[in-house]
Design a protein around this ligand. Sequence first.
Ligand code: ATP
Ligand code: MG
Length: 342
Amino acid sequence: MPFTSDFKTQLISASDRLFSLLDRFQQVRALVVGDLTVDEFVTGQVERLSREAPVLILRHESTRQVPGGGANAVYNLAALGGQVKAVGLVGKDAQGQALRQIFEAAQIDTMGILVDGDRPTVTKTRISGHARQSVTQQIVRVDRKSDALPQVDLQHQLADYIRQQLDQVDVVVCSDYGDGTLTAPVIQAALEHPLSVVDTQVDLHRYPGATIFTPNLPEAEQAAGYAIATPERLQQAGRELLQVTQAQYMLITRGEEGMSLFAPEDSAQTIPAFNRTDVFDVTGAGDTVAAALALALALGATPWEGALLGNLAASIVVRQFGTATTTTDELRVALQDLLTAL
Ligand SMILES: Nc1ncnc2c1ncn2[C@@H]1O[C@H](COP(=O)(O)OP(=O)(O)OP(=O)(O)O)[C@@H](O)[C@H]1O
Ligand SMILES: [Mg+2]
């Protein structure tokens, strides 16, 4: 891998600390406030053509539900060993119940998940079919969501719950997919915690004074208002976004280019992607970055150490189809492999 000698030196001298951080991930108590989504995969075998319309008829085989969006951030934190309290909204529907069950099976505290009677659980259903002996392919996706915001009293209930929890958690993560959970009162309550990690697809400026943001490149471009096509533009965007948000750090994740960390006084530090060859599906890699970063920062890691562990965790989940999680055991192996390959 094309690592600079500076990067190698930095990694070697941090290696003991990085292993020790991984050993302590399970001590961290995290509150994750997110737009909770269910990713649903419905699969069937093609039986025949319908007589009602020129469409396929599938014989249902399986329905699989996995946490998506902010729920994937929650799930990633728990898989990494963190003690997680989830905060968000689900509808009065089967998907909301399924998500609660998935979380409870993973020892995630769901007391902060409130039922919103006016809006459905955000659900993205992929319907896929296959003929007798052929590959399965997606035919259509059906999304369930509301464009309305939650009622004001529900926003305040979320904010109240968050405030009750603040002194019992080491870090707050906001995972904002623009689906309406993170309204102004909710954000204000979340940011009262001294350590906050914000991963938002929209409107970074709504989170003034958060500790660190983790926008991906398109999100950073959107927030900056220009394309980030050169190293100069990247530096400029990092600086400007720090100013706009009043954040202590800005971590721009750059897909196959890895990530760049910005702090107000320092020059940017770039961490290359660790795995560029066995990449199958990058969906949700950003949630994994935010999860590992949050756990590390809660343990007193430097932002560079947190970013490095986030990058390492992402290098593992991009090998798997769909949103995925990883564990500290896998991270230890990956870290050892990385050091050996230097
Ligand atoms: N094509 C790729 N090759 C190697 N590593 C990748 C690739 N895409 C993503 N990664 C790893 O995942 C990290 C986060 O990816 P990315 O910037 O795409 O996040 P994201 O768009 O927020 O993801 P999502 O919103 O789907 O969770 C990167 O910093 C990198 O470590
Ligand atoms: Mg993202």
